[in-house]
Design a protein around this ligand. Structure first.
Ligand SMILES: Nc1ncnc2c1ncn2[C@@H]1O[C@H](COP(=O)(O)OP(=O)(O)OP(=O)(O)O)[C@@H](O)[C@H]1O
Ligand SMILES: [Mg+2]
Length: 373
């Protein structure tokens, strides 16, 4: 059963406001970002429910990680939805090249080799189509998992961002801020006047208590809520996973239960890191909740210098936290602003390795560091 939405009143109110604007011919693009499992897709689903209550259709295009996905994959899904919505009979040659499966055209020319002029024509055809549709009805488009979108799809989105004027369209674009391939693109997109940004962060302790209660079907103790908040940093996906195993036992010893879903989620995040960064996090997890780069470098047989770049990579992917870590007591270093900072594996990642999750394929030279926890 689906859990009750908690702790997103502000974000949902903002989206409803943008929907009001769209109905007044003020279009917008909402760039919603956050780590995996933080609730981007869920928020978009809630938006489509509100839109549905107003008889505003919502179309979805979801980018996929697979390299085998055809060009413009998310847009093809959106265009298919658009065609079903308004029943387009006429075959537009440009649209047919972009989405032959939708518009019954010949096989597309490879986008990578298309000229800028050619591409502009394609984009303009899409813009005109949405202009026609939104003249009849406001429209919500959701482009989910945009961090996996192919470059041409992102360029098409950028074209719309720059050309849309008074169309009644709200485009919600979800992307993970732990994936950096298109980071510069999203930074550009956010500068377009039509774009608004929504940053999703973890639920508060109270939000965690409510989410847990909704998942387990009864209230949880404040102690459990506090513990789970600490373990998960309020990530709704992780909270939900902890909730699934809570009735069977308490959150023991400050160690997050690592369910099969959590294991899968972490494996998938680790799989996008370089082997050096994965080995570093694994080694750091053996040391404990805080680690010194020098110690970890010794463990993995690398130089401190090369460990620093792996550490940057792991931190950018959100798998290592910097800042003051609860219960931490050593390995702090002075930052350039004079304050003390510590580094440690994300708690759930730490629990993953502690539960043996990373055993296969990972080699750490020495099982225990000199000051291992
Ligand atoms: N505010 C919330 N209240 C209750 N449940 C939530 C909330 N946000 C998300 N969830 C639930 O948490 C899980 C993960 O959310 P979701 O799939 O939306 O994350 P995401 O940010 O889209 O992750 P990904 O980057 O992996 O696609 C889902 O089961 C969702 O229903
Ligand atoms: Mg999602």
């Amino acid at each position: 059963m689906r859990s009750v939405l908690v702790g997103r009143d502000r974000e949902l109110a903002a989206l409803v406001g943008y929907l009001d604007d769209v109905q007044q011919e003020r279009p917008s693009i909402v760039l919603c970002r956050g780590e995996p499992g933080i609730g981007k897709t869920r928020l978009a689903e809630e938006l489509t429910v509100v839109a549905g209550d107003r008889d505003i259709p919502a179309l979805w295009g979801v980018a996929v990680e697979s390299e085998g996905a055809p060009p413009y994959w998310p847009w093809r899904q959106l265009l298919r939805g658009a065609v079903e919505l308004v029943g387009i009979a006429e075959v537009n040659e440009d649209l047919a090249r972009l989405a032959p499966d939708v518009f019954g055209g010949p096989q597309p020319t490879l986008e990578a080799t298309a000229s800028a002029e050619d591409r502009f024509r394609l984009f303009d055809a899409v813009a005109r189509l949405f202009r026609e549709i939104t003249a009849r009805s406001p429209l919500v488009l959701v482009l989910d998992d945009a961090h996996w979108a192919d470059r041409p799809s992102l360029l098409l989105l950028q074209h719309l961002a720059r050309t849309v004027r008074d169309e009644r369209v709200l485009i919600m674009v979800n992307h993970r801020d732990t994936e950096h391939e298109h980071a510069a693109y999203f930074a550009d997109l956010v500068r377009e006047p039509i774009t608004r940004q929504l940053d999703l962060t973890g639920l508060t302790e109270q939000g965690v208590a409510m989410h847990l209660a909704s998942v387990v079907g009864h209230d949880v103790t404040p102690g459990d809520a506090q513990q789970v908040h600490l373990l998960t940093r309020g990530n709704p996906f992780f909270v939900g996973e902890v909730g699934r195993v809570l009735p069977a036992g308490k959150v023991a010893g400050g160690l997050a239960p690592v369910t099969a879903n959590v294991r899968e989620a972490i494996r998938s995040r680790l799989s996008r890191l370089s082997p050096g960064a994965v080995t570093l996090i694994h080694a750091a997890s053996i040391v404990g909740r805080e680690f010194s780069t020098t110690v970890v470098a010794q463990m993995v047989g690398a130089t401190s210098m090369s460990c620093l770049s792996s550490l940057d990579e792991a931190t950018a992917a959100g798998l290592v936290e910097t800042g003051s870590i609860p219960g931490g007591h050593n390995a702090k270093k002075r930052r350039s602003d004079g304050r003390w900072q510590s580094e440690g594996p994300d708690l759930v990642v730490w629990a993953f390795f502690r539960s043996g999750g990373g055993r296969s394929g990972l080699i750490v030279r020495h099982r225990r560091a000199p000051n291992a926890a």
